[in-house]
Write a protein that binds this ligand. Sequence first.
Ligand code: 9MG
Length: 273
Amino acid sequence: MNFICGKYQLNLTRPHVMGIVNVTPDSFSDGGKFASTNLAVEHALLLIAEGADILDIGGESTRPNATPVSLDEELSRVIPVIEALSQHSTVPISIDTYKPEVMRQAIAAGADIVNDIRALQEPNALQIVANSNVGVCLMHMQGTPKTMQLAPNYVEVVAEVKQFLIDRLNTAQAHGIVKNRILLDPGFGFGKTRAHNIELIKHLNMLVDIGQPLLVGLSRKAILGAIVGGDEGQRLHASIAASVISAMKGAKILRVHDVKATVDALKVVAAIQ
Ligand code: 9MG
């Protein structure tokens, strides 16, 4: 199973690790834009050294209840990081955004993948990706980050998420984005209760059956905190368990904060598989 993204072609026979690089004021430095760009690039290069197969660069928090940032602010956070990384990175660079203009400028700056929590539903997003050679991750979300955890509601969560992903896959293909450029993602924690998330992990095979590579992001998420307790910094072991279970159930890309630990855990999965 090959995933084509920009100048890269990833063979997803073994599970791959996407390392998270948040370029938000709380994640790096309070020493201004230049300092936070440098720290983000340094962090990204460390994740590559730890074995990351992909870097995911994000300038706006997508946590529940997060306040949106302006287009200009997001651009000023992520574009310098992508420009710098595109000179040095040996792995594909993903831009985590739902804003079409950020997609456009990130692709021009050297991004290889668009990771879109809104699955290219914003006006013009489909065209921007279609008119490029980047890969794309289409994610399911009910609501928006501001509202999504207020009252998530499904009759049959797995079937509904699956149908949404199939619809977005078909729409992307109809706009000229070929299948081997597309990843699908159930969007753990995005408009889902604990029960919904568990149901989705349990039945991940139903989403694997769509036939596209699945990306899973459970790293340090509240669902894991609800199971093991503790704050975000205390969810490493639970995150590793979640990555291992997801990979064993067929996920091909794991989006994580803790790259080295996940890479080691996934080597064990690959050896068994
Ligand atoms: C940006 N972001 C935060 N969580 C995510 C997840 O689970 N999947 C994807 N694709 N992106 C995410």
